[in-house]
Design a protein around this ligand. Structure first.
Ligand code: NAI
Ligand code: MG
Length: 355
């Protein structure tokens, strides 16, 4: 009997109920083939849970999560629930309390998928967005005052710490060493002259410890244009919480669909479990129709297994995804007519029948 990994499975809301089971079917197939076991436990948390119980997760939810090796997650949020709550009460809460300070978001073009960038091929679109995941613009440090009055005021103050910047920078440079040895710090220090000037300064100090890694900086506005015009200049993008959030959807778009992007919310020290989820949200507009693209969710399973040390199983999932896309087995968002379960079954079938 092989290793056993205890995984919390959180479908969440909307298409989570379709794409997470699709991803779980792939996980089960790959575990069987590669000789390890998954102890999967479903936790029905999210906006649906909030409608029934008045909270996104039970009071001891984070403590419960700490007993798992990893969390496999869909997305949270429903149109009938106040949309300021899902991030505060679920996503940011988990990322923060479990010190998942890295948001690892790879971008690459799969075979058989046309990028909306008409001249770009697989060799041009292959990079990772490393989004700082615990601080920055999303610390929710602010207030709304006198909202109904003419003098209404609202603030959100970003928080950047030396500790927080150094650890995400070290992660990025180490990751670059395993790739094409290039880090681009995407910043806006020409206008955010305190927070991001400090961000740049601390990152430049860390960069000196990695003389073998090419380091440069680019402003977020130029980086957005460069995603579209010259994505081949990027290898590892190191950026802030807000910029990384936006750039990763743009990354999803140049891959061909938001539904393709997988990600990991990672605590590299493994002091706490990490959480793996697609880059997109709960897509309530297409939920319940078996048409959502499950590839981002399936890719997240590969990132999870890689993090747990099951590297070969992770590679097998990636080959299964590539096999599926290259055969034109695509969902509606990619102009195909395959269903969510067709795509998942194709990946499962590849895993079961390949060497
Ligand atoms: P979204 O990412 O859910 O959807 C944006 C667009 O992309 C929609 O047209 C949707 O149909 C499409 N799309 C997304 N995933 C897809 C997939 N797998 N296959 C095919 N098409 C897909 O973002 P939106 O609409 O801004 O937010 C919807 C809800 O999700 C909100 O409540 C929001 O707060 C929540 N959300 C949750 C996140 C999380 O749990 N980490 C992240 C982002 C949004
Ligand atoms: Mg986002």
């Amino acid at each position: 009997m092989g290793k056993v990994y205890k995984i919390a499975v959180v479908n969440g809301d909307g298409i989570g109920a379709e794409i997470v089971p699709a991803g779980v079917s792939v996980l089960k197939a790959v575990a069987k083939k590669h000789g390890f076991n998954l102890d999967l436990n479903e936790l029905s948390w999210g906006a649906g849970h909030y409608l029934k119980h008045g909270e996104f997760m039970p009071e001891d939810g984070i403590e419960q999560m700490k007993t798992y090796d990893a969390i496999y997650f869909g997305a949270v949020g429903l149109p009938e629930v106040d949309d300021t709550l899902p991030a505060r009460d679920y996503t940011f809460k988990v990322r923060g309390k479990l010190k998942q300070y890295v948001n690892y978001r790879p971008v690459k073009l799969f075979p058989g998928i046309d990028s909306p960038l008409r001249d770009k091929t697989q060799k041009d679109i292959d990079f990772v967005v490393v989004r700082e995941n615990n601080e920055g613009e999303f610390v929710q440090n602010g207030q709304i005052m006198h909202a109904e009055e003419a003098g209404g005021v609202a603030t959100d103050t970003s928080v950047f710490t030396r500790f927080g910047i150094e650890r995400i920078a070290h992660y990025s440079f180490k990751l670059a060493r395993k790739r094409r040895s290039k880090v681009t710090n995407v910043t806006k220090s020409n206008t955010l002259i305190h927070s991001l000037a400090y961000w740049d300064r601390v990152i430049a100090e860390v960069a000196e410890q990695y003389p073998d890694v090419e380091y440069n900086t680019m402003y977020i506005d130029n980086a957005s244009a460069s995603f579209v015009l010259r994505p081949e200049v990027f290898d590892v993008i190191l950026t802030t919480n807000l910029f990384g959030d936006i750039l990763s959807d743009l990354g999803g778009a140049i891959m061909g669909s938001l539904g393709l992007g997988g990600s990991g919310n990672i605590n590299p020290e493994k002091d706490f479990p990490s959480m793996f989820e697609p880059i997109h949200g709960s897509a309530p507009d297409i939920a319940g129709q078996n048409i959502a693209n499950p590839i981002g969710q399936i890719w997240s399973a590969a990132i999870m297994l890689d993090h747990l040390g099951e590297t070969e199983a992770a590679k097998d999932i990636m080959k299964g995804i590539e096999h599926t896309t290259s055969k034109g087995n695509l969902t509606k968002d990619l102009k195909g007519n395959a269903s969510t379960s067709d795509v998942a079954n194709s990946v499962v079938n590849y895993i079961e029948t390949s060497e």
